[in-house]
Design a protein around this ligand. Structure first.
Ligand SMILES: O=C(O)CCC(=O)C(=O)O
Ligand SMILES: [Fe+2]
Length: 273
């Protein structure tokens, strides 16, 4: 795929650009084998973001970070990081570096959904501008709606940062999402696109582009990854007590403790359900 100024214009207008055939099918298969094996052998590091159900809480990772893998690990070679950077730099007209990589194995009949959000919400207090960031989502299987492909509100980056609220997901942990009432209004202005990417294709999108995905209700895995980029000469603050994720976890512990004490009380009385 040859990129031209037309693609830059399209990226600016829509807030995303699909780039086909970034990685060939064989390389995708190799990546899938490595990632699923890492997860099975508990070699993968997970963020505190897990798949339902509770009974498998520490086994069933929703997000796999590979930051512990060496730079020269085969996975890092197969995902063509240099090419991703080059395309990203062309689209955003600035020099970039990759600062985070994560995989979502999205297992058949199991992979959980991702609530609609803007990634900038999580990074808004780190001292950088939304323009300092870019992300690339890569599909390592053929993605379709029933498997929970990525969904993007076209042009939603132009709305700026939208209000998010904290909700509890079905794994008992919380996430920030845009309330349904706002999404309903947004959907009237910005078309919701299902990105049914072919294996090895990817999409570049801004940190203000609203996106999410449904759970995997299909018989096929839908492994995917996100490469997070930022301006080469920029650095954001990751101060622990200011971190949004830390605050969120603290709040979760408070809520869960409250729930436990309520359940303990309820447990003493007969209930209908
Ligand atoms: O796999 C997905 O549904 C997207 C995940 C995502 O948006 C994120 O990690 O910020
Ligand atoms: Fe995201």
């Amino acid at each position: 795929m040859n990129l031209t100024n037309k693609h830059i214009k399209q990226f600016k207008k829509d807030g995303f650009l699909v780039y086909e055939n970034l990685i060939n099918s064989q390389a995708c298969e190799k990546i899938n084998t490595i990632i699923y094996k890492l997860n099975k052998n508990k070699k993968a590091f997970s963020e505190l973001d897990l798949n339902f159900p509770f009974s498998k809480m520490d086994k069933n990772k929703k997000v796999i970070s590979i930051k512990n893998l060496k730079q020269n690990h085969l996975v890092n070679k197969l995902i063509k990081l240099d090419k991703i950077l080059k395309i990203g730099e062309f689209l955003t007209e600035q020099k970039l570096k990759i600062w985070y990589k994560k995989f979502y194995p999205k297992y058949a009949f199991d992979g959980d959904n991702e609530v609609y959000h803007q990634d900038f919400f999580y990074h808004r207090k780190k001292g950088l501008n939304v323009k300092n960031y870019l992300q690339c989502f890569i599909a390592f299987h053929d993605h379709n709606v029933s498997g929970g492909c990525l969904r993007i509100f076209k042009g939603s980056h132009k709305l700026g940062l939208v209000k998010h609220e904290n909700i509890m997901t079905r794994n008992g942990l919380s996430k920030f999402t845009i309330p349904a009432s706002s999404l309903l209004k947004i959907s009237k202005r910005c078309e919701l696109e299902n990105l049914e990417l072919k294996k090895g294709s990817c999409v570049f999108f801004t940190y203000n582009t609203i996106h999410g995905s449904s759970s995997n209700a299909s018989k096929d895995n839908q492994n995917r990854m996100i490469c997070q980029m930022m301006s080469l000469n920029a650095d954001h603050r990751i101060s622990t007590n200011q971190s949004i994720n830390n605050k969120r976890t603290k709040r979760e512990v408070e809520i869960l403790n409250k729930m436990i004490s309520t359940l303990k009380k309820l447990n003493k009385k007969p209930t209908a359900g």
